[in-house]
Design a protein around this ligand. Structure first.
Ligand code: CTP
Ligand code: MG
Length: 218
């Protein structure tokens, strides 16, 4: 199977406190973004990389010889807008979307995801929630949520292109916003995402302290 991948790098990484985008931060001598670029460059099933960047970072990227990167495009104000900007460039019927802030991509999970993608149109990686999750109001716990049915959602997520594009178009028309793409397919088209087991090491580089953990696992 051949697929396109959208690699998202158009945020700013404000929660890290760095004075530049976190995806350019080096872990073990390599930029965070390059872990994702190398992973998909090396996957023979991946035929196309669409790289979505912050205009401020454009000088940090180029399309090298023999690269799978077909387009380097500018993202938007939100993650959803960044994905939307990339949709018209997708060549394949199967598409993965990945947050480049997750540099540890679990290869077995991706292989499983590709198999399921042949007959399922919306897929996400997810791992069981291990913390006790509670609702808080005015500084006090008001409710403990049953964590058994919960997952922590990861990327990559995977989709059939036609329904992904349709869901984004409808969400734009209806001002429906979500922090991931499976929520758009669920909200707009009533398509439920199938969950493929992810990996606890596939964390999102969010706070600068995450860099220590990533140094070890990468
Ligand atoms: N992202 C994007 N376009 C945006 C916002 C986020 O492409 N307008 C990307 C980020 O580059 C990241 C992924 O979406 O790879 C997940 O977002 P997040 O971890 O929140 O990154 P930032 O928004 O950059 O970080 P912060 O929220 O701390 O500012
Ligand atoms: Mg953000």
């Amino acid at each position: 199977m051949k697929y396109s991948v959208i690699i998202l790098a158009a945020g700013s990484g404000s929660r890290t406190g760095l004075n530049y985008n976190k995806i350019l931060y080096k872990i073990n001598g390599k930029r965070v973004i390059d872990y994702s670029l190398n992973f998909f460059e090396n996957d023979l099933d991946c035929s196309q990389i669409i790289l979505v960047v912050n205009p401020q970072d454009i000088s940090a990227f180029s399309i090298g010889n023999n690269s799978k990167i077909s387009n380097i495009i500018f993202g938007g104000k939100t993650r959803q807008e960044s994905v939307r900007n990339s949709l018209k460039y997708i060549d394949e019927n199967y598409v993965l979307i990945h947050d480049s802030a997750r540099p540890f991509i679990p290869i077995e999970s991706i292989e499983n995801m590709k198999e399921y993608l042949l007959d399922k149109s919306s897929l996400t990686l997810g791992v069981p929630v291990t913390d006790t999750i509670q609702k808080v109001a005015y500084g006090f716990v008001t409710e403990t949520i049953d964590r058994k049915p919960l997952i922590a959602t990861q990327t990559p997520q995977a989709f059939h292109r036609d329904v992904l594009v349709k869901a984004h178009f409808m969400a734009f028309e209806q001002n429906f916003e979500a922090t991931d793409d499976t929520t758009l397919l669920l909200g707009m088209l009533d398509i439920k995402a199938f969950v493929v087991p992810g990996d606890q090491r596939n964390i999102k580089f969010t706070n600068i302290s995450d860099a220590k953990f990533l140094e070890v696992v990468l």
